[in-house]
Ligand binder design. Sequence first.
Ligand SMILES: N[C@@H](CCC(=O)N[C@@H](CS)C(=O)NCC(=O)O)C(=O)O
Length: 346
Amino acid sequence: MKALHRVVTRAAGGIALAATISLPVLAQPAVSGPTLDTIRQRGTLICGVNTGLAGFAQPDSQGVWRGFDVDYCRAVAIALFNDPGKVRYVPTTAQNRFTALQSGEVDMLSRNTTWTLSRDTSLGFDFTGINFYDGQGFMVKASTGVKTAKELDGATICVQPGTTTEQNLTDWARANRINFTPVVIERLEEVVQAYVAGRCDAYTTDVSGLAATRSAQPRPAEHTILPDVISKEPLGPLVRHGDQAFADLVRWIHYGLLTAEELGINAGNVQQAVQGDNRPDAQRLVGRTGGLGRMLGVDNAFMVNIISGLGNYGEIFQRNLAPIGLQRGPNALWNQGGLQYPPPFR
Ligand SMILES: N[C@@H](CCC(=O)N[C@@H](CS)C(=O)NCC(=O)O)C(=O)O
C-alpha cells in the first residue's frame, strides 16, 4: 500500500508524472519472440512429433502425417499462416526429443511427452497445457493369462530409455516388492518387436502408447492391456524457455479447442456461429468481439480457421483416438466428468 501511495503522489507531481506516462503501460505489447519471429520469417512451423504412433502421429499411405499430436501442429500453422500445410514434421525418439527442442532443430514438441518439474525447469522448457491425461500401464500377451500387474513378479519387462516410464517402473517395483528384469531398448520399433517376439513378458509405456501399439498388431485381441495404471502422465505440447508469446499461442489454441467443445461449436457449424451465435463467449471465440487473436499476435478469426479445418477438441479426439480404442475418460470436459477445463477465453 505504502509503495503504491508513493507512486501515485509522485505521479501527481510534475517531472515524475512525465516519466511514468512515458512507459508503454497502456500500449498493446508487440507480440513477438525469438521462436515466433523465426517461424514467421521461415513461413513454416517445425514440429517435433513421434517416430510413429497410430492415432497420435504417423504418416499415412500417402506419406501425410496424421494423428492427434499432428493436429496440434496443424492448429498452430493455421493460427500463424491460415494454412495447415505449413508444417515440417521431424520424427523424434524418446531419447533425442529434448535435444531436438533445446538445439532449435524443432520449434515445439507435440509428442506424448509428460510434464514434469525437471523438464519444465532444468531442461529449459515450457509445457503449454495438458491435452491428454494419461498414465503408465502394461501390456502382455493374452495367452499368458496374466490379469494384474502384481503378477509380473519375476517377469522381464520391455521399456524405452529416456522416459518417465523407465523411472516409474523402478519406483513401482520397489514399492510393491516386485522383482523384474528390464529389457531397455532405444528404438520404439525394436522394443515392440522384442515384446512381440517374446523377448520380454510385458511391455510398459503410457496407456495411450499401449493402445496405439496394440491397434497396430495384426491381431490386437492377442494382447491385453492390464487394468493397473501406475503413474500420472500428463501429456501436452512443449516449447523452449524464452518465448512466452509462442508458449501463449500454443497454450490458448488448446484452450480454444476445449472452449469450442464446451460451446458446442464444431467444424460443421462454426461458420454459422460466426454469422449468428449471439452468446457472448461464442462471439469472443470466433473473433467477433474481444480482439483475442490480436493479443496472441494472430488473426482474430484464428479459432474459426482452426475449428473449420480440424474440428474442436472432441472432434480431434474422436477422429484420431477412437479408432485405436481410446475413450474420453479423464479427457472428457470438466462438466462431463473429466479433467479438461479451459480457463476463460476472454
Ligand atoms: N510419456 C513418457 C513416455 C513417452 C515416450 O516417448 N514413449 C515411447 C513409447 S510409446 C515413444 O513414444 N517412443 C517413440 C520413439 O522413441 O520413437 C515420457 O514423456 O517420458
